[in-house]
Design a protein around this ligand. Structure first.
Ligand code: GDP
Length: 453
């Protein structure tokens, strides 16, 4: 057995089972790296011969036993997902079969891939930028038609193209400034022209940012927090919503004991819904931790379901909660109306909802109300292709740098000061794409201006 020592882990041959664990018709094991073809050829005892061609064969373990009848295909870098030599093996979809094939690759020198490592290599090898890498993840995780559509369009280069367009506009503006700095005696580009260029970019970016929240909401889901004093039926309501509407995931990793999350679709809109600890005034230190988390959850959610108990009526604890959430987009939900009628109007708009989480009574009206509240957050029309908070944060910083640049130009600062802000904006765009700044600025100057004249 050959052991391949290598300290540079981006040059290792990596392997992973690409299909989800469990039993299925077909299981796929894929490997990427310099030894992927050689290892597979050892295991199937024949040559792959041509790239991108499906071949039938037996897969042997190192003792010479046939593990399975398989189909396999080889890709030669850079024409592969990762940009490196790659192979994929299609075997029968049993847990043991895929595991054994994986182990054979490892025995012959591959190592187990880390999370996202194939896509990471695709990025490192220049096959995709960071936005496209995010899009791939979003395609895998898409839970609504719209989010899938946005992600696929981003994989096809929609947002990357827009970012590149902004980048090009900035480089053009910078080129003009550089020319003024270097050849100011011979060429003087009017400040107004540079100001106009930057202003156009700021406007273009403002458009993108104005609708960014929608793209993010559609892609990551609208957040809905259930809050209320203890025992009002919050958990019962969460379970009811998860049962009535298709529960997508009932337990998201990273949830704490105090905040339980689930994902549901209501009228096609994807929601991430959280059930929180009962809120009340207390001196109990442990309980207070849960309550603080509940309050934080409410303040960060797009919509808050404020659950009240129709058997107790509006109490001091409810008043306490009401003060906390009054600035949130909350819906007052009177629960337990099957056994109580001590209700009063709580919402600002007087639009309280009456339900029984136990029987399901009033649930449709509640869902209608939720959808009515979130419609403006997700409605189509101006869907932005900014689909992650990371993208939004970078673009906001770009915008700040450009506004500073614009101010500097208008206040008559020397153009080299202006160029610093523009360069900062460019670096931020590069961070967004994951690329490094290169000499293309200089190239661009000479491409666009006939300096020798
Ligand atoms: P939480 O502490 O706010 O999460 O409240 P739970 O969901 O645990 O419910 C507290 C108690 O109220 C449980 O015994 C539930 O069965 C009961 N309950 C919740 N919703 C309803 C309802 O709509 N009608 C009736 N009759 N009981 C309810």
């Amino acid at each position: 057995m050959e052991i391949l020592e290598n300290n540079d882990d981006t040059r290792d041959t990596i392997v992973a089972i690409a299909t989800p664990p469990g039993v299925g018709a077909i299981g796929i094991v894929r490997a990427s790296g310099p030894h992927s073809w050689r290892i597979l050829e050892d295991c199937v005892r024949k040559s792959i011969e041509a790239e991108r061609r499906v071949v039938y064969g037996n897969f042997y373990d190192s003792d010479g036993n046939i593990v399975d009848e398989v189909l396999f295909v080889g890709f030669k870098g850079p024409r592969s997902y990762t940009g490196e030599d790659m192979v994929e093996v299609f075997c029968h979809g049993g847990i043991l079969v895929t595991q054994k094939i994986l182990e054979e690759f490892i025995k012959r020198g591959a190592r187990l891939a880390k999370n996202g490592e194939f896509t990471r290599r695709a990025f490192l090898n220049g096959k995709i930028d960071l936005i496209k890498a995010e899009a791939i993840l979003q395609i895998i995780e898409a839970k609504s038609e719209e989010s899938l559509k946005l992600a696929v369009e981003n994989l096809k280069g929609k947002l990357s193209g827009e970012v590149s367009a902004i980048r090009k506009m900035l480089i053009d503006a910078l080129s003009k400034i550089e020319v003024t700095i270097d050849y100011g005696d011979d060429i003087e580009i009017p400040r107004e022209e540079i100001a106009q260029d930057v202003e156009n970019i700021v406007k273009f970016l403002s458009e993108k940012l104005a609708h960014a929240d929608k793209g993010i909401h559609v892609s990551t889901g609208v957040t809905l927090a259930i809050v209320g004093k203890p025992n009002v039926g919050k958990s019962t309501l969460l379970n009811r919503l998860l049962v009535e509407d298709r529960a997508i995931v009932t337990d998201i990793p990273g949830t704490t004991r105090d905040v339980i999350r689930g994902e549901i679709k209501i009228r096609g809109i994807h929601f991430v819904i959280s059930d929180t600890a009962g809120i009340r005034e207390t001196n109990d230190v442990v309980e207070k931790i849960g309550i603080d988390r509940a309050i934080r959850e409410a303040s960060q959610s797009d919509v808050v379901l404020f659950v009240l108990d129709a058997t107790t009526g509006f109490t001091k604890d409810d008043e306490y909660i009401m003060n906390i959430i009054q600035d949130s987009n909350f819906i007052a939900v009177w629960n337990k109306t099957d056994i109580g009628n001590k209700i009063s109007k709580v919402s600002k708009d007087g639009d309280d909802i009456y339900i029984s989480a136990s029987t399901g009574e009033g649930l449709r009206a509640l869902e209608d109300k939720i959808v009515e509240r979130v419609k403006p957050l997700v409605e189509d029309g101006h869907l932005s292709h900014v689909t992650t908070k990371r993208q939004l944060e970078h673009l906001k910083i770009v915008q700040q740098h450009l506004k500073k640049a614009l101010e500097a130009i208008k206040s008559g600062y020397p153009v080299d000061i202006v160029s610093i802000d523009i360069r900062n904006a460019l670096s931020e765009l590069d961070r967004l794409l994951g690329t490094n700044f290169t000499d293309d600025l200089l190239d661009n100057i000479f491409a666009n201006f006939c300096v020798g004249k």
